[in-house]
Design a protein around this ligand. Sequence first.
Ligand code: HDD
Length: 733
Amino acid sequence: MVAVRSSGAATREGEHMKDDHTKQPEQTKAQRRSSQLSTVQQATQPPGPQLTDNLGHAISDDQNSLRAGVRGPSLLEDFLLREKISHFDHERIPERVVHARGAGAHGTFQVYDDSLAEFTVAKVLTDPSRQTPVFVRFSTVAGSRGSADTARDVRGFAVKFYTEEGNWDLVGNNIPPFFIQDAIKFPDLIHSVKPEPHREIPQAASAHDTFYDFVSLTPETMHMLMWVMSDRAIPRSFANMEGFGVHTFRLINAQGQSHFVKFHWKPLAGLHSLVWDEAQELAGRDPDFHRRNMWDSIELGQPLEWELGLQIFSEAQAAAFDFDVLDATKLIPEALVPVKRVGKMTLDRNPDNYFSETEQVAFMPTNLVPGMDFSDDPLLQGRLFSYLDTQISRLGTPNWTELPINRSLAPVANHQRDGQMRRTVNPGRVAYHPNSLGGGQPAEVPADKGGFVSYPEAMEGTKIRQRAESFADHYGQAQLFWNSMSPVEKMHIVRAQQFELGKVETRDIRLKMIDHLRRINAVLGDQVAAALGELDVAGPLPTDAELMKLLAGATTPTTASGGLQRDAALSMVEHNTAPPSIQGRKVAILAADGVRIADIEAMKAALEAQGALAEVVGTHLGQLKGEGGSAPVDKTVLTTPSVVYDAVYLPGGAASLKTLGTLGDAVRFVAQAYKHGKPLAASADAAALLKQAGVPLGAEQGVFELSKASTDDFLNGLAQHRFWNRSGDLVPA
Ligand code: HDD
């Protein structure tokens, strides 16, 4: 045995061991090999930073812990081992209690002109010469940090603007109303939707008893529940979502006048969603589907883009509505107050490090800039407390504002001092205000020089715990939303609610929910009741196509909606104002050996010319040998299902198509694409495979046989996204 060496010499001693292993009789062959390996690596490595511990000491051997003899126990003095393991042990910070699963990106925001100057002094909204850096984090609400991206859930849409006047955080969602009216109910709402506490099941899903127990007893949730059951809750990508600031805020102009405002983000890529079956499959096959899509788009040089939209209205207008603008369970229909598009946000840079940026970013609705202010919305008022509190808990210190991702670009100067992990070194003896010893610095900033001043809203009232009467209508806007849906969107809501309540085990809760749904719309309620066995119906339940017909005229007279019976802006189908485009869409070219290579090349060229991405999904990796050459394979049917693509193309080549027909994975690939409403293109000789997958030909239904239809027809079909008019239940015959 080698004697325990005195500290410090140990690693340098190790260096000697490599130089002359004859001095160390106990060194094994294996150890010599590992030492040689590291010497070889060092010799072949390009010049770069050297490996050190956290205090800058260079490390000679990162492969072996320090031992008493090559087969002996590890030594406590091994400071390198202890530092490395100890740091690892502390790598995790508490995940967010809500919105734990998220992905972020950097970008910029710029207003188009100064037309908002009559409403606000905020430079970020009025100075078109400024490009304000932003960091945006998208998230789901209910799931843990490792849950799947495609869960049915509201998506967080949190934007941090690093303005020259300090940070402005617009901490919104992709759904404009919220579940509850008062922040005091937030912990209850979240406890109910999170996995049930006794067995921590189910993960990232609202389809369980405690959630429906809570919402069935809390009718104010009904409006948002309709949104969460709609296609909005299963977006195709982050780039295909709208964003909403949810609450009513204030804009304050140079004269100190206030206007109310609601913030919107309008996606330039248009609004698109997944279908539920696809979302569930993706949760297993690619749980990172959304974050991967955003990452890949940015890496491909296809930024994500939104326009910022504002609904600006006066207090007098607000007072005239038959709903309360301070009630976050209500939206303001765009038909009542149009959305003015004022600027554009572009996300074009991926983070360098997920933890340092996306995990440590800390948003707070309290982060406003001069020219903006809060409203008295009791949900917002509670949020104003919650976020700072949560950041201190999550990041462990009030000095989280010094982290690079959270730091303001505007200079920070005040008398706050010390605390854990303080980075700033404040010189001098003065840490208080007022002071004379420090020349009175840093000094307060008057309002006309850019100091933040709260809007002097007149206040009076009795101290009371009570909801305002003006918050009392819980069904009107749920009905407005329902009425505004196209038949396919209504069908999806019915199916979603049948699914969710079908998973609720307590009958009494299901019955309460049917009652709520019937109030929103009788046909909706009845169709859900029928699926739950609570309504006697003659014959089988309607197919998707039959249901769409049944629902087309199913509307309910609304209240609390400003006199509107419907608002087209609420429908994803009708509100898709973006021009049809295939930019960013991903198409699978499904093929095996024997494929006609010219078909692959022609389709690839056509797709790439319009900014779409084509991937060859083969039966093996490497090259497909085919008619007229070979083609590289990107993915295989074993690893990659059609749910990760927007469309499928079957190129010609008899041998290729025959092989595909013998593979269950390949047939399923085609059948699923059809079931999910996706366009398919096929060469004439693919007819047998299509038949095998139960896919009927027909351009109106998005199945393009390329001897009859053109590639352009297929590309137009791709721009249309989905074909909802397929007969039956989108189930292959
Ligand atoms: Fe919240 C995170 C959005 C109500 C308390 N919230 C959080 C995030 C978003 C929202 C996007 C994630 C931010 C990020 O990406 O880091 N929250 C909303 C919206 C709400 C809302 C749009 C309603 C209009 N939230 C709400 C209420 C409370 C909270 C009523 C508490 C009273 N939210 C939090 C929180 C979180 C949070 C516990 C967890 C992590 C964090 O703040 O940074 O403070």
